[in-house]
Write a protein that binds this ligand. Sequence first.
Ligand SMILES: [Zn+2]
Length: 259
Amino acid sequence: MAEGDSIRRLAARLTSSLAGRDVLAGQFRRGGEIPPSFAGDRLVTVAAVGKHLLMRFGSERTVHSHLRMQGSWRIHRAGWRPGPAADRVGAWFDFGPAGVLAAHAMPVLRVLPTAREHEAVGHLGPDILTDRWPAAAPAVATDPARRIREALLDQRNVCGIGNLWAVEGLFIAGVWPHTPAGRVDVARVLDVIARMMRLGLRNGSQSTTGDLRRGRTHWVYGRYRRPCLRCGTPVAFVAAGSDPYDRETWWCPHCQPQP
Ligand SMILES: [Zn+2]
């Protein structure tokens, strides 16, 4: 899942395999009337800010992307080109023997001057995976009546937390996900989530239980009506609402009692 930790891993992987390499050919097929050319440019680094990916080039341009649920960056074999039916390829960059980097089904994909990256990520709150996250606690509780699960996912408060980590973090913290933010120890919840995500980043895994066996990787996420892995109570579920931060939610009625 494209949460802050997986985007950070992707950024590290792309930097280690492609940074410092020249683009031999490439096409940017979206955004703008004249598609920008990247031939002759050089990839300098790839950075992650929350769930956003920033590829910085020597020409002081940045390719900004956001994978949401469906997008992916893939490195294809050397010489690869998108086929005629590949209209879901939004951009590709040929790095010679290192392969061809391509954006597939990318919902957010655009080029902007590196000096203006703030237009892409300036609205985001502190990144949960950096040491600045404690500054986010007051922002998460700004609207005391808002449900904690929504306040955690609003990237303007704190960025990088996806639904998986919010659901599992609230379970570990023993907090009913519908609790108004004003009644939650937000700093403690953020601390739990930051620790879980850092561990996941180190281990290269999104298992929150430490168990990698199928069906055992999460305490409550995706486990509607199945037993809570801690106490055996059937897991509760509510579908996503119309607000973009009102996501599908799972919780254990015993381990996360309604206050
Ligand atoms: Zn339970």
